[in-house]
Design a binder for this molecule. Sequence first.
Ligand code: ATP
Length: 352
Amino acid sequence: MAQKRVVVLPGDDEAPRTVFAALEVIGALKVEIDFVEFPVGEKWVRGETDKAARAAIDASDSTLFGSTSGKTTAINYLRWGRQTYANVRPCRYLKGFRSPLARPEGIDYVIVRENLEDLYLGLEGPLEALAPLHLHSRILRADLDTSERGKFAIKVITERKTRQVARFAFELARKRKTQGHPGKVTCTSKYNMLRESDGLFRQLVEETAASYPEIAYEQFIVDDFARRIVQSPHALDVVVMPNLYGDILSDAAAGTIGGLGLAPSGCYGDDYAYFESVHGTAPDILGQGIINPTATMLSAVMMLDYLGFTAESRRFDQAIRRVYAEGGAALTIDQGGRAGTAEFTRAVIANL
Ligand code: ATP
């Protein structure tokens, strides 16, 4: 295999500690990867570092990303510049995770969150700016009163991006089916209320389902779906949803298996993918050395798989599984253990 190149953007606040922990394990696995490492967010020079990061991303196979609170600006390029439209967020319970559910064993599904549109385009402004549009409310049966002081936000759902992410979800369900999963896609949005935008999302996913007769299909309104991830998560396989619901519900999903420290993610486009934890930069535990690196490590596991290092990816994953199955003091504090980030990392390496 040709030498792979990976950009490392350690991110901001406490996130870099998780990225360096994941890199330590990859180092121990002796994977043939050239890493191009960028500074942490505090040392990021706006404009200059950003430009260099974009060039490095373009010359790489993937990026391992620590979360940002705004200092590491390359995230926008990774998303929109590289059109990474499918944000894949697995929700998989491993023995030893500190789940609040009575029976978390067997929870193993994937949220596919549309990553590029919906309410995330920064299209907000004063209500009065909408006056020339004379917008008519279907609910109020009247024009929108733009004389009120207030703000608006625009939600955009396009046919192309919805079809793209829908196909991705069905392809993923097809691949998972070969690995023993049920082969089912669940679509969720607020299609009863937002009939045009979320309605279009639902309709296009349903249309895509017709091309995958071997994959089961179901759809739920998002409030009903929120209950299902708590009450019947074992029934889920692959779930596809618009951006905002995916952002919110994947944090909730992480909570059901034991918390944010455990939830990985990968953002995939047609020719690029980058990997980062679901959690943010955990500024409240900055400098304490106790952040749980599992989410970033599992994101690195996904990255190794994406790059074709299947055996190494599996070894890394199994080592994490073993540390949790053994439990006890080697786990980090959020999971009921006594280990700091460094001790947990050593335990994973010892289990490779
Ligand atoms: P964002 O808006 O980017 O999601 P945030 O500060 O709102 O950032 P997080 O950084 O995800 O959210 O943190 C939420 C809470 O979870 C914090 O109390 C944080 O310390 C905790 N937390 C997040 N990630 C981890 C982790 N990997 N290990 C331990 N605790 C974590």
